[in-house]
Design a protein around this ligand. Structure first.
Ligand code: SF4
Length: 66
């Protein structure tokens, strides 16, 4: 079994992850985002398992204040 977050039907329902930005907010600017490590353009999230699109978004979005 192979889970993917890229399909519309595969989003984790708890956090309502989507692969598109929401009103200018996106994973790439979120404090929980882990940047791409292997060059495939997909990062990760400390809250959600699987590959995370830097242009994605979820309801747990929190601005990184660095
Ligand atoms: S918490 Fe949500 S918005 Fe933030 S990186 Fe993870 S999936 Fe993206």
């Amino acid at each position: 079994m192979c889970d993917s977050l890229t399909g519309d039907d595969a989003a984790p329902p708890a956090l309502s992850y989507q692969s598109t930005p929401n009103n200018g907010q996106q994973c790439g600017g979120c404090q929980y985002y882990v940047p791409d490590q292997n060059g495939d353009g997909m990062g990760a999230c400390t809250l959600i398992a699987g590959q995370i699109d830097p242009e994605g978004w979820c309801i747990s979005y929190a601005v990184y204040n660095g």
